[in-house]
Design a binder for this molecule. Structure first.
Ligand code: KG4
Ligand code: ZN
Length: 360
């Protein structure tokens, strides 16, 4: 019975060191140590700094999660760890930590795909039945998946370059707004005129669900430079108008591509159509409102896990591991870390590498 299983989860694939204890669908503890301040001066995540910080913090993180759950390793049924995709040094730190614990305790080891962790979260939080449509949209991910079972994911499309969160962060940087960029751009956009700047919507005219956000970043830079050249600087109103125009463009792209993804998903005649969204960008109220309206139009249920379980965390890794363990699907101590690990092997591989590592 999966409901009785208790799993320790470990996550270290990007810039969050996390450990969690999950029993069935109950999150008994979820500890996340962020690294934002360590990377703040570098304009992005520095892989070597991230890996060292993970190696230093993982033990404490695991101890804190067990203490919060008021349990010890002997109460666990297995140890789940993110084995990819992500920054290889960080993934290795987590995998080595988990292997050490598994070797010392004799507990089963389960190497989890980080994206599967995100994709299965709606089952942990809302018991959403298969199949459902999932949009992962954060600083590191942007893709549509039809989740058919715990190990059957159909990738409908995603970004071919940057993730939208990266574009929000870059936009904040060029406008002189605080990091992380999402919340500050959203706040500035509230007083702005979204029609003042016409920005490109790359790939919108092409069929399918693939997206591109790197050209939008460049267009923002140009628009800012033009305002500065004409007026000698940026006023608060300029910041607001640029933010509003940028946010409306991202929202329009995500809504249109989601429309196509929903159409493809509804063609499967799911008994209880559900569109789930996860990732930091899902916190944006304009984007969220656009997606909620779209779901209403299509008769699909809209669901978004609470933000703490939407962004990187180890509870999702523990839960994905629990699902695998319940099916007897475990790894051994030869488990290796994978910088790239697409969920859907049949999908065309993504080119390039984002600020948070290789595209999955
Ligand atoms: O899921 P997350 O915490 O971490 C990963 O990227 O894996 O997402 C963080 C990203 C950042 O790029 C941040 O700027 C963006 O999510 N974000 C937002 C908002 N809040 C966070 N983007 C748009 N609007 C927001 N309100
Ligand atoms: Zn993630």
């Amino acid at each position: 019975m999966s409901a009785a299983l208790t799993i320790l989860g470990i996550e270290s694939s990007c810039d969050d060191t996390a450990a969690a204890v999950v029993r069935g669908q109950a999150v008994l503890a979820s500890v996340v140590y962020g690294q934002t301040s360590l990377h703040a001066n570098f304009g992005g995540v520095v892989p070597e700094i991230a890996a060292r910080a993970h190696a230093e913090k993982l033990d404490h993180c695991v101890e804190e999660a067990l203490a919060t759950a008021d349990l010890t390793l002997t109460d666990m049924d297995g140890i789940a760890v993110t084995a990819g995709p992500g920054l290889i040094g960080g993934v290795l730190s987590g995998v080595m930590c988990a292997k050490g614990l598994a070797a010392a305790t004799g507990l089963p080891l389960i190497g989890v795909n980080h994206l599967a962790g995100h994709a299965l979260t709606p089952r942990l939080t809302d018991d959403v039945p298969y199949p459902y449509l999932m949009l992962l949209v954060s600083g590191g991910h942007c893709q549509y998946l039809i989740v058919k079972s715990a190990n059957n994911f159909q990738r409908l499309g995603g970004t071919i370059d940057d993730a939208p969160g990266e574009a929000f962060d870059k936009t904040a940087r060029i406008l002189g707004l605080a990091q992380p960029g999402g919340p500050s751009v959203e706040a500035a956009a509230r007083n702005g005129d979204a029609r003042r700047f016409a920005l490109p919507k790359p790939l919108l005219d092409r069929p399918g669900c693939d997206m591109s956000f790197s050209g939008l970043k460049t267009a923002m830079l140009r628009a800012r430079d033009q305002v500065v050249a004409e007026n000698g600087g940026l006023t608060q109103q300029d910041q607001a108008d640029l933010s509003a125009s940028f946010q409306a463009t991202v929202a329009a792209v995500l809504v249109e591509k989601s429309r196509r993804a929903i159409d493809a998903y509804l063609a499967l005649s799911p008994p209880a159509p559900t569109f789930a969204v996860a990732g930091g960008v899902a916190a944006n109220s304009a984007i969220r409102a656009g997606l909620e309206t779209l779901c209403k139009e299509h008769g699909a249920q809209f669901t978004a896990p609470p933000l703490a379980l939407c962004t990187d965390n180890a509870a999702m890794i523990a839960y994905a591991g629990l699902t695998r363990l319940a099916e007897g699907d475990i790894d051994d101590l030869s488990l290796s870390a994978r910088p790239r690990w697409p969920l859907d092997d049949s999908a065309v591989p993504m080119l390039g590498s984002g600020k948070k590592g290789a595209k999955a």
